[in-house]
Design a protein around this ligand. Structure first.
Ligand code: ADP
Length: 238
């Protein structure tokens, strides 16, 4: 059954068409890569799915219900969460407080001891067990990414949107990051990830959608898509 459906979604910024008549569906439980050269419209697509940008035309449905008319908070309540390309931590707060702030976005916000227990569980899930009291500004880059993931998972999303979550990691961190996303996949969550790290795409994604100049160029099993001549051409430029 399809969890997410984009139907003829277009986004224009003045005269520029950033996303052009984009249609695809995600089935519950899939991990799908959203690929394409810089400027092809991937982040704009994630911004529309999560409600941070309104669509110019077309529609987006989650579980068969239109969400493209809703704002980010209501879309979060329905089960969509995302991480941002640039980590948006609140550096003056502790790790625990950063996750607590995200718990406020739940449809059923948690407080007191329930919130404390949930924060501990979330931090353990992302590999930050026992680090609640640390200042976010003291975290290493990978640990900031882990914290950002804990924040996204605080709403117990059905659909997780990852925007270059694995970018900028060294090879050891990348392996740890891939392991972490693999564990998440096994929990049954549906993941759409924008990613340039091809080793990660091969390791994590069963299927890839490729965008080029706002349009869908390819959609299929990862190995087929990555071997597609038009995809290779789009990446290399012609
Ligand atoms: P990608 O994520 O694939 O690199 P983006 O979605 O960021 O691509 O951008 C697609 C196109 O839309 C680019 O040409 C970009 O400059 C433009 N764009 C993105 N956001 C805005 C905005 N807020 N205002 C105007 N143009 C934008």
């Amino acid at each position: 059954m399809s969890l997410l459906t984009l139907s003829n979604v277009t986004k224009r910024f003045g005269g520029l068409t950033a996303v052009n008549d984009l249609s695809f569906t995600l089935t519950a439980g899939e991990t799908v890569g959203l690929l394409g050269p810089n400027g092809s419209g991937k982040t704009t697509a994630l911004n529309m799915i999560s409600g941070y940008l309104p669509v110019t035309s077309g529609s987006i449905a989650l579980d068969g219900t239109t969400i493209s008319t809703l704002g980010p908070e209501r879309i979060a309540h329905r089960g969509v969460a995302r991480t941002f390309q640039l980590v948006r931590a609140l550096p003056s707060l502790t790790v625990g407080e950063n996750v607590l702030a995200a718990l406020a976005f739940r449809k059923d916000p948690l407080w007191g001891s329930k919130a404390e227990a949930k924060i501990e569980n979330l931090l353990a899930d992302v590999g930050l067990a026992g680090r609640q009291q640390e200042q976010a500004s003291n975290l290493t880059y990978i640990d900031l990414k882990r914290m950002e993931l804990a924040r996204a998972l605080a709403t117990e999303p059905k659909l997780l949107l990852l925007d270059e979550w694995l970018a900028g990691l060294n090879p050891t961190e990348l392996r740890a990051g891939i392991d972490l996303i693999t564990r998440l996949r096994q929990s049954g969550i549906t993941i759409l990830l924008v990613e340039h790290v091809m080793d990660a795409v091969r390791a994590l994604c069963t299927r890839c959608i490729v965008m080029n100049t706002g349009s869908r160029l390819a959609d299929g099993p990862t190995a087929d898509v990555l071997a597609d001549k038009s995809v290779i051409r789009a990446y290399l430029g012609d």
